[in-house]
Design a protein around this ligand. Structure first.
Ligand SMILES: NC(=O)c1ccc[n+]([C@@H]2O[C@H](COP(=O)([O-])OP(=O)(O)OC[C@H]3O[C@@H](n4cnc5c(N)ncnc54)[C@H](OP(=O)(O)O)[C@@H]3O)[C@@H](O)[C@H]2O)c1
Length: 274
């Protein structure tokens, strides 16, 4: 749909990609309900956006929800429905990077909760309302790592592969309905999401990073052209294709990534977190 017809519930609005997405959507004429983990974060951002874009409280409302809590997710869906939301953009997400042995089970559960379960529960709670709209869109911010598993990203890739599977199944389940399902897969992006370890890994493996503005522009394009799935960056788009067709053939392509992961403690010596 055209941005000016969109009333978007945006999760992760205080994040690097979320903030850019909120601005780009507002510039294009959408209304945006900014959802963040804390009331203070959401209210402050909404106030800034209203002032910067000359918008009213109805055009930029805010909501707070810790997406790891199902009750908070259900409440968020009720608030969005009461506001007349017709687009859900799920940009909230939690990072996980490092060898599997370095990840604690509780942290794994938290990542799956934020990246996979929360979008599923939010979709479940909001779908009856979206089905009553003339037209509605569910846009999931996934990752290239929802289609390619890389060394160091076992837990994160599991969450984003899961999200992509969920989006694909929902796209097919809702085909012919008024609700259109989309999955956006950014590549590595310059936000606070990525630790010094990720940046060292990216440098050592020659992995390019996009700006959050590039991702936000792609998100707006997707909203308006309604494409079902898009991955950002080259060679990432090609790698996603090849990995989908013949994943085993690509196994040998990631030895440098494996070696880099093992060498990270050395690479990080003397560096400080950005
Ligand atoms: N940056 C990348 O390299 C990259 C690449 C591909 C895909 N992505 C995806 O893009 C999305 C946005 O990432 P980003 O780079 O903008 O990351 P970011 O700057 O760290 O922002 C993440 C946002 O998600 C929110 N969030 C996380 N867990 C939450 C929870 N339990 N409840 C409520 N909010 C929660 C964060 O809120 P708090 O600030 O309160 O934690 C923050 O607003 C994520 O889904 C990420 O997986 C990122």
């Amino acid at each position: 749909m055209k941005a000016r017809q969109a009333r978007v519930l945006l999760t992760g609005a205080t994040g690097g990609i979320g903030r850019e997405a909120a601005s780009v959507l507002l510039d294009a004429g959408a209304s945006v309900m900014v959802a963040a983990r804390t009331a203070q974060g959401a209210a402050t951002l909404a106030g800034e956006l209203r002032a910067r874009h000359g918008r009213s409280a109805d055009q930029v409302p805010w909501a707070a929800a810790d997406l790891r809590e199902s009750a908070a997710v259900e409440r968020l869906a009720r608030e969005a429905a009461g506001w007349g939301c017709n687009v859900l953009v799920q940009a909230a997400g939690a990072p996980a990077f490092g060898p599997l042995q370095a990840q604690e089970p509780d942290a794994m559960a938290a990542v799956l909760q934020a990246n996979l379960l929360a979008p599923m529960v939010l979709t479940h709670a909001l779908l009856p309302h979206l089905r009553r709209q003339q037209r509605a869109q569910l846009l999931y911010v996934g990752s290239v790592l929802g289609a390619i598993g890389l060394p160091g990203y076992s837990v994160y890739a599991a969450s984003k592969f899961g999200l992509r599977g969920f989006a694909e199944a929902m796209r097919r389940e809702l085909a012919g309905s008024r609700v259109h399902v989309q999955y956006l897969g950014p590549r590595s992006t310059q936000t606070g999401f990525n630790s010094a370890a990720v940046q060292a890994y990216n440098e050592a493996t020659g992995t390019a990073m996009d700006s959050a503005a590039t991702v936000a522009a792609a998100l707006l394009r997707m909203l308006e052209d309604e494409s079902p799935e898009r991955f950002l960056g080259f060679p990432e788009r090609l790698a996603v294709r090849l990995n989908g067709l013949a994943p085993l053939a690509l196994d040998g392509s990631f030895r440098l990534h494996s070696r880099t992961l093992a060498a990270l403690p050395t690479l990080l010596q003397g560096r400080t977190e950005p």
